[in-house]
Design a protein around this ligand. Structure first.
Ligand SMILES: *[C@@H]1O[C@H](CO)[C@@H](O)[C@H](O)[C@H]1NC(C)=O
Ligand SMILES: *[C@@H]1O[C@H](CO)[C@@H](O)[C@H](O)[C@H]1NC(C)=O
Ligand SMILES: *[C@@H]1O[C@H](CO)[C@@H](O)[C@H](O)[C@H]1NC(C)=O
Ligand SMILES: *[C@@H]1O[C@H](CO)[C@@H](O)[C@H](O)[C@H]1NC(C)=O
Length: 803
């Protein structure tokens, strides 16, 4: 124990170092073997031999290697690095002026970020380049702390962003997160959380663990996985920690979790077994592109334990035997067993994603050394300078170079763990992420079917609240993350035409929201029109009234010489009938779309014709009162209220109203308006009164006259007159006043076009009241009881009445 374990070595003119983890821990047990890293080491040897054989690159120079085991421990990795740097020597190579200054010119490794940080900090001051094939921590891009660090795998800076894009793409905004407690997990997850927050993704929980964590930590994670509402879990976990967690998952039978894996474990062969598939099946994760390395398979399968002491333990583990005959508990092996029949990560050449990175790293060093030794640009003696500048194309056509931070171009494949018919787990490439493309186009999905956790083909959902449909807006639940919200329907007159909108938009004044609340539509326009039933009925009644009045005029005209017509001033009767006709017709001005003219006309015409009408009735009442006094002996009162005075009074009463109306029109005439205040969903076209005072003056004047008329008629009701006219006038005024008194509350409370209808109704009702009460009894006598229509009958009645 305590290492560093010196594993593989071959002498050469120029030495390249390697630090990998052949053991997960310092404990030497079977579980901790990492055959992936054995494959990476074999690839490094293969690449070096290829370069040695090649006449194009480093001709005449032999490359050698020294490979150490880091044992998954930072301390061991740093000690291995120290050993690699030991024995600094000055020696001229091929007599050229460029010199090499150390035993090892460059180091390949490590697979873990933490160990790579250790290595990079150790060699930094000595200007020795470190090229990692699998250390993804974004922290390593910091060239101030790690000036000699390079890598052939993209930084987690990109991976974290790619994971956010992936989570966002499938609409999961409520995810769990688990990370390893080291630079890799902390750094990667910090970026993920930061970017996810910007994209509106909420993290339900964020748990940290490592393989050395206490049992309770694992139990807590298991419990969270089983009970939390988010079914998608992003795991920024190193491979070795994920292996520990997977064992716990298997023990506790935690299935149905959709894992989103970081590159460290999601594209690593050792985890993707049929057993683990029960808990990790359907895992999605980013992996760097797969590759084919021609010749590697043949090279690797020819390896024998006799090649190097490093292979002995490997061989014994694979074949479960002992090469040294000391251990009697296990069977002995010959060292000539064939690797071809072995099925593990070392002999799997279909997934060479990480391995290819190591291959590229060795070539990057070789090309740099080549450039250095050719003194291509005459710059400094250090390989480091040439590694920064290296730019070459591999045999498989990949362009390799490092950016200013020592990182390669970030391009990932999205892989999905699927169980093949043969019972093995394969990574199926279902999409890719290319950081060099413009934002928004970086994440692309192929049309392969993704198999999700639990062998499902339907995309799982992982949201705290379902997205708000159009017509509603989000209301964040108090004290909870932004992804948990209620959907509140938009109020009337407001819309939201996108899902998940934060608030509803108000429609413009003339618009209202439709039923779904996703569009503003023009409000309906409301006014009492000639085309609707109510309009037609009112027009019909108004024409009926006018027609009846005209008919009565005709009857009276035909019988103008009969006593009943002549009795109480036929001139007033005809004027009254004429004004009643106008009253009926003036109701027509209230129907139809209001225009400036109809607005002016409707109130003034109504006011004037009604005053004309009431003044005629008033005239008649006064005549009855006067006529009674006239019949009293010695009275000459009739000459004070003869036809001349009657005309004059009617004219002056009407003139007052005309004056009020003229003032109204000149100061502030009525005008049409679009009333949007009363209803949210309709626009009422109506006439604004202009001056309310004027309107109530007009009404009030009519009211005063009619009350005066009513009082006088009431006083005269018992008086004997020709044909009980005062009684009928009293009755008609009663109807008139009743109609208009009921009109006021109805007028105030009926909205929109009903206001107008109520007003027309009041006009028609009061006109009909006057018409029927005053004229129908007379017509009845004229037409059906002509025998009563004689002077004698009329006169004969009087004395009997007066008794
Ligand atoms: C490199 O090739 C030379 C002959 O071309 C050989 O002698 C030497 O052993 C080789 N070295 C390696 C590391 O393969
Ligand atoms: C290098 O050359 C030797 C001898 O020519 C050959 O046996 C070996 O397979 C070559 N190695 C590689 C990796 O090409
Ligand atoms: C690397 O070289 C290729 C051509 O060989 C060139 O197209 C590419 O731009 C170079 N890349 C860099 C970063 O210099
Ligand atoms: C949503 O409504 C707004 C404002 O009415 C409009 O500008 C926008 O184009 C609409 N969007 C959609 C998707 O209909």
């Amino acid at each position: 124990l305590g290492g560093p374990y010196y594993s593989f070595m071959k002498e050469g003119d120029i030495m390249i170092g390697g630090v990998f983890s052949f053991h997960l821990t310092l404990l030497n047990d079977n579980l901790s073997k990492r055959y992936e890293d054995y494959q990476v080491a074999a690839t490094m040897m293969f690449a070096i031999e290829e370069i040695n054989n090649s006449s194009k690159i480093l001709p005449g120079i032999t490359l050698g290697y020294k490979i150490f085991d880091g044992c998954g421990s930072v301390r061991t990795a740093v000690r291995a690095t120290m050993s690699l740097m030991n024995g600094l020597t000055q020696k001229n190579v091929l007599g050229k002026s460029c010199s090499t200054s150390s035993n090892v010119q460059a180091i390949i490794g490590h697979s873990g970020s933490s160990s790579s940080i250790g290595i990079a900090s150790t060699v930094g001051p000595f200007q020795i380049p470190v090229i990692s094939h699998f250390a993804t921590c974004a922290c390593l891009s910091n060239k101030r702390d790690y000036p000699t660090f390079f890598r052939t795998i993209p930084s987690d800076y990109h991976q974290s962003r790619a994971l956010v894009q992936l989570v966002k793409y499938f609409g999961w905004n409520w995810v769990g997160a688990i990370k390893t407690d080291n630079e890799y997990g902390n750094g990667g997850m910090a970026t993920f959380v930061e970017v996810a927050k910007k994209e509106g993704i909420c993290i339900e929980y964020l748990e940290t663990f490592s393989k050395n964590s206490k049992k309770e930590v694992f139990l807590k994670i298991i419990n969270l996985l089983q009970t939390s509402t988010s079914k998608v879990v992003v795991a920024f976990v190193t491979l070795s920690d994920m292996e520990f967690l997977t064992n716990e998952l298997l023990l506790n039978n935690v299935t149905g979790v959709q894992w989103i894996g970081s590159e460290s474990w999601a594209s690593t062969k050792s985890l993707a077994t049929a057993t683990n598939f029960r808990v990790l099946g359907g895992t999605l994760g980013f992996a760097i592109s797969n590759a084919v390395i021609p010749g590697l398979k043949e090279f690797s399968l020819k390896i024998r334990p006799s090649d190097s002491p490093g292979w002995v333990e490997f061989w014994e583990n694979i074949f479960g035997c002992s090469l040294t005959s000391q251990d009697k508990t296990v069977s002995a092996c010959t060292g000539f067993e064939t690797l071809r029949d072995v099925n593990n990560e070392f002999t799997d050449f279909t997934e060479l994603r990480i391995t290819n990175n190591a291959y590229k790293a060795v070539y990057a060093v070789a090309h740099s050394l080549h450039n250095l030794l050719s003194c291509n640009d005459g710059k400094g003696p250090f390989v480091l300078h040439y590694v920064k500048k290296v730019n070459f194309t591999t045999k498989t056509g990949e362009n390799v170079y490092f950016d200013i931070n020592g990182d390669p171009v970030a391009r990932y494949e999205l892989v999905n763990w699927q169980l093949m018919k043969e019972g093995n787990v394969k990574y199926i490439t279902v999409g890719y992420y290319d950081a060099s493309l413009t934002e928004g186009a970086q994440f692309v999905l192929n049309n392969y079917t993704i198999i999700w956790a639990g062998n499902k083909t339907k995309v799982p959902t992982s949201v705290c609240s379902e997205s708000c449909p159009i017509g509603t807006h989000k209301a964040i639940q108090k004290g909870r993350p932004v992804c948990c919200f209620d959907c509140i329907p938009c109020a009337d007159g407001e819309i939201s035409n996108t899902t998940d909108s934060m608030e509803c938009l108000s429609c413009p004044a003339e618009y209202k929201s439709n039923n779904v609340k996703d569009k503003c539509i023009l409000k309906e326009i409301e006014f009492l029109s000639f085309a609707e039933i109510m309009g037609i009925v009112l027009v019909a009644f108004s024409f009926l009234g006018a027609g009846v009045t005209v008919a009565i005029i005709a009857v009276f005209f035909n019988h103008k010489d009969t006593p009943i017509v002549r009795a109480n001033n036929s001139e007033l009767s005809f004027l009254l009938l004429f004004s009643l006709t106008l009253c009926f017709l003036c109701s027509l001005t209230f129907i139809g779309e209001p225009s400036p003219w109809s607005c002016i006309l409707r109130h003034t015409a109504f006011g004037i014709t009604f005053v004309l009408c009431i003044s005629c009735v008033l005239g008649k009442t006064i005549v009855v009162l006067m006529a009674f006094r006239a019949t009293l002996p010695g009275s000459n009162i009739m000459k004070w209220f003869g036809p001349m005075q009657q005309r004059l009074s009617v004219c002056s009463f009407t003139l007052i109203q005309v004056t009020i109306c003229t003032l109204w029109l000149s100061v502030s005439p009525p005008f049409p308006i679009r009333n949007m205040k009363y209803y949210n969903d309709r626009i009422i076209l109506e006439c604004d009164l202009g001056s309310v005072v004027a309107f109530y003056s007009v009404l009030g004047y009519i009211g005063c006259l009619s009350i005066l008329c009513f009082v006088l008629a009431f006083l005269a009701r018992k008086l004997p007159d020709n044909f009980n006219e005062a009684k009928f006038i009293t009755f008609s005024m009663l109807i008139f006043c009743a109609v208009w008194i009921t009109f006021i509350p109805a007028y105030i409370s009926s909205p929109g076009k009903y206001t107008v209808a109520v007003e027309i109704f009041a006009i028609l009702a009061s006109s009909f009241g006057l018409l029927f009460c005053i004229f129908i009894p007379k017509c009845y006598v004229i037409l059906f009881k002509p025998e009563h229509n004689t002077k004698k009958h009329l006169m004969g009645k009087m004395p009997s009445k007066s008794l």
